[in-house]
Design a binder for this molecule. Structure first.
Ligand code: GDP
Ligand code: MN
Length: 397
């Protein structure tokens, strides 16, 4: 589950990580009130207005702007709220901005130069351990840094039994070229950041940039946070932060009926039981010259109701030109699934306008084929995997 920048910063602050202070606003009027409050609290005279959407690269798309007085706060908030923000990380259609974060300006001049770093905490899957990834090249696209100057990216592996140790925090501050107050601030920053990552059950914390201010404070200017979905049951306060407006509407609906569904770009909808078979089915579709429109695991209880729900979800995707149902009848009997498919098809009437290929294997498979073949519906049945692939090819023309 992805979070907005302001929510990520809230979590960081709750673990003692220094952040650029900000207040969320839903209208230009609220933005001005927020700016006044920030000045009262921090003394700031300038503000940054930041679009809150689930996408990075907002700065490049015109979603982050500096305001030097309250009039500019109002104007900029007015132009950003309601806009369709297109960034290198969104689709061409962009993302609608519902709210902005009005933040204090932290790039003020002072005794030393400001500098920007990159820092993230995430799981290193190959090692099965968490790591801190960091770089002196902050504020830029990290993929680009990895591409052009990979030697400027450092990683620090963390032993889960000990957590991030003090010597590791010092090593990180040292590698970032810091000394004095900034060095101490950085060791505190990364230690609290790591704690926030672990104790919030996150998949990722990415802070880009981490800023060293001109008076040697270290703070998070941006926050990209993703919480592990499987941990949300025990992190209710974070689960409440979910913003469904930012998520794929078909996936949201599938989740609400308990289906495991991932929307993809292709044209062949798939309904499969078991994640492994679902993956193999997607391969099969590709080999037949199609592209899967989705990943969908209907789970172990594929009765008529569930099959119908799955149909409805798959058909919400306008790109779907054919549906392949591939069910292995182990615990669930194939004839019952077949009846479910037939019933769902009849119930949905006109809603299904695309050809359907059904492959049922396992317990009572022959009976299942009979039910499909005798139903009088335009459903193609297949027995072998290859046969199903050929039929997909056939219907796609
Ligand atoms: P992103 O573009 O979505 O990654 O959004 P960020 O939160 O990282 O902001 C983009 C850029 O805005 C940062 O890299 C900074 O250079 C700039 N920025 C953010 N906060 C301030 C600020 O307080 N003052 C100034 N002058 N620039 C800022
Ligand atoms: Mn950023």
């Amino acid at each position: 589950m992805n979070l907005h920048e302001y929510q990520g910063k809230e979590i960081l602050a709750s673990f003692g990580v220094r952040i650029q202070r900000g207040i969320v606003a839903h209208s230009p009027k609220e933005a001005v009130a927020a700016a006044k409050q920030l000045t009262a609290e921090t003394g700031t005279g300038w503000y940054v207005i930041k679009a809150q959407v689930h996408a990075g690269g907002r700065g490049k798309g015109g979603g982050v702007k500096l305001a030097k007085n309250l009039k500019e706060v109002e104007e900029i908030a007015d132009s950003i709220i309601g806009m369709n923000l297109v960034t290198p990380q969104t689709s061409a259609a962009g993302k609608k901005v519902h709210q902005v974060l009005v933040a204090e300006d932290v790039y003020y001049p002072g005794a030393s130069e400001t500098s920007e770093f990159y820092m993230s905490v995430l799981l290193d899957r190959s090692k099965g351990r968490n790591m801190v990834m960091y770089s002196t090249e902050g504020g830029m696209d990290i993929e680009e840094v990895a591409d052009k100057t990979p030697h400027l990216i450092f990683t620090e592996e963390v032993d889960p039994a000990t957590g991030l140790l003090p010597f590791q925090a010092r090593k990180i501050a040292f590698n970032l070229g810091l000394s004095g107050t900034a060095f101490k601030e950085m060791t505190k920053f990364v230690t609290s950041l790591y704690k926030a990552y672990v104790e919030s059950d996150s998949n990722m914390f990415e802070i880009n940039p981490v800023l060293k201010t001109s008076d040697d404070k270290i703070m998070a200017v941006d926050a990209k946070v993703s919480i592990d979905d499987n941990a949300l049951y025990r992190r209710k306060q974070y689960a409440e932060m979910r913003d469904l407006r930012e998520e794929n509407p078909i996936e949201v609906e599938a989740r609400s009926v308990g289906l495991s569904y991932v929307d993809l770009d292709g044209n062949v909808g798939c309904m499969v039981n078991g994640a492994g078979l679902a993956m193999a089915t997607m391969d099969l579709i590709k080999m037949a010259g199609g592209e899967p429109a989705n990943f969908l695991d209907v789970g172990g209880t594929a009765d008529a109701k569930r099959v119908e729900e799955a149909f409805r979800i798959i058909l919400k995707d306008p790109e779907v030109k054919a549906i392949l149902i591939n069910i292995f009848g182990g615990i669930v009997r194939c004839d019952r699934v077949a009846q479910g498919v037939v019933d769902a098809y009849k119930n949905m009437g006109d809603a299904i306008k695309v050809p359907i290929i059904v492959r049922l294997q396992g317990t009572n498979a022959e009976l299942a084929k009979e039910i499909i073949d005798n139903s009088g519906l335009a459903v193609h049945s297949a027995v072998q995997f290859q046969e199903a692939a050929d039929k997909v090819k056939e219907v796609l023309g």
